[in-house]
Write a protein that binds this ligand. Structure first.
Ligand code: EPZ
Length: 417
């Protein structure tokens, strides 16, 4: 059945350690292909998106050894540059390899990465930027061939913020000839972390983490070891679990400084929060207060990846409120599932209007994508009775073991194969 079974209603108690960040690990693994030698990446989350990226890298000629959360990549013998279409279609982050392969080999042919249920997820900004760097891209029915005689630094101003496009240009620019300026760059912590990794390997980058990044191309990068920081979205998911179920928990290694908007939203719902360098302590003793207006935005705004988890918390809060999704066009897929549990939600375009309920009741639920699937597990944890969340594979793309983590915090849940 590939599902998670939950008996809801327990208050959360205890502590759990937050895993390494998926969205930091993926671009950093791609960046190791820029280094003609061996890199060691520590605290890499053991999730299916990482496994998939590693398989893709091996198919391109990398030697990969993985011992638990530590991965060694030797990209010295990079050979192929035609990415296997079955891999590209399955995981959007394969687009992250475009910039590095062009930098290393000068030629890439690949299928368009899949959109997914949360939106079309085009790559037009990626391709426009690379064309400005001297890449000739011939687009075809289901994919494209990109070739360059050498990447040149250039000036790029993105019309709107794109995390992936910013990462792809940074990856293409670090070994390019000359300087690259990116205006309206994404400011997500994962961009800062990627630039930090590249600078430790010898890249020259200014403005990482701001909306204006300058990359001075260098000849080569050298081998390094690097530790992936904790995952702010996983930490925010478990913080929302406490908002849903109540109780008092400690999230070890949660990156507080990257979670200001999330912590503010949780405090706005009545949670008592204590931040420290060790992590986040959160206590929810009474019924949550409703967020009058929650709006997703690019960093440092409230992250779209926690929209579903906080929607679940809002369905159990007192009063009525609204939620606006501004990043993806189809990220309300869990609404019909939550309605099966008795949630009071009305959807109008990219807005949801929520009437808080005292309780949700357990139901048979179907996950349709990663973060919505995790949010359904939170709903089951807070609901009365038993819930089943099917399509567990979606959740395993980004969470090492959500069941074990939540069970450590007092949730009665288990995997059903
Ligand atoms: C990254 O996706 C994250 N994924 C997403 O997390 C996250 O939701 C998203 O950034 C926004 O923060 C990884 O880091 C692996 P975008 P990305 O380019 O880079 C449109 C998760 O759950 N757009 O910032 O694909 C796009 O359709 C995942 O961990 C174009 O139109 O997101 C979207 O509407 C989900 N053309 C908006 O921009 C382009 O060329 C923002 O997308 C590129 C993007």
């Amino acid at each position: 059945m590939n599902a998670i079974q939950i008996y809801g209603g327990n208050c959360l108690m205890g502590e759990t350690r937050i895993q390494g960040s998926k969205n930091a690990a993926l671009p950093i693994l791609a960046a190791t292909l820029l280094i003609d030698g061996i890199c060691e990446i520590e605290n890499c989350p053991m999730i299916s998106d990482v496994s998939h990226m590693l398989r893709l890298m091996e198919s391109l000629g990398c030697d990969i050894t993985r011992i638990e959360h530590t991965i060694k990549v030797d990209a010295g013998r990079l050979c192929m540059c035609d990415m296997p279409s079955d891999s590209v279609g399955v995981m959007r982050s394969s687009i992250m390899l475009l910039g590095v392969l062009l930098a290393r080999t000068g030629s890439v042919s690949m299928q368009y990465p899949g959109g997914c249920v949360i939106g079309q997820r085009p790559i037009d900004l990626h391709l426009q930027a690379l064309r400005k760097m001297g890449v000739v891209i011939e687009e075809r029915e289901d994919g494209f061939v990109a070739e360059t005689k050498g990447l040149n630094g250039t000036y790029i101003r993105f019309p709107f913020v794109s995390v992936g496009a910013t990462e792809n240009v940074v990856l293409a620019a670090v070994l390019a000839k000359g300087n690259t300026v990116i205006e309206n760059a994404a400011m997500e912590p994962e961009i800062y972390t990627l630039c930090d990794f590249l600078k430790e390997a010898g890249a020259e980058i200014e403005g990482a983490g701001t909306d204006r990044i300058i990359i001075h191309g260098v000849e080569r990068l050298h081998e390094i070891s690097y530790r992936i920081p904790a995952d702010r979205i996983v930490a925010g998911t478990y913080l929302a679990a406490c908002l849903c179920s109540g109780g008092e928990i400690f999230l070890k290694e949660a990156p507080c400084t990257q979670m200001t908007a999330v912590i503010e939203a949780a405090a706005g719902m009545g949670a008592e929060i204590h931040e420290s360098t060790e992590g986040i302590q959160i206590a929810c003793r009474n019924r949550r207060k409703m967020l009058q207006e929650l709006k997703t935005d690019s960093y440092p705004g409230f992250p779209t990846d926690l929209q579903s988890a906080f929607l679940v918390a809002m369905t159990l809060a007192e009063g009525s409120g609204s939620l606006e999704e501004t990043i993806f066009e189809n990220r309300f897929r869990i609404v019909p599932e939550l309605k099966k549990m008795g949630a009071g939600i009305t959807c109008k375009g990219n807005m949801l209007f929520v009437e808080g309920q005292k309780k949700l009741k357990g139901a048979a639920l179907t996950a349709k994508e990663l973060r919505g699937g995790a949010a359904l597990v939170l709903a089951g944890s807070a609901a009365e009775g038993m819930s089943i969340v099917k399509n567990r594979q979606y959740i395993e793309r980004g969470y090492e073991n959500i069941c074990q983590d939540l069970a450590t915090l007092g949730v009665e849940c288990k995997i059903i194969n």
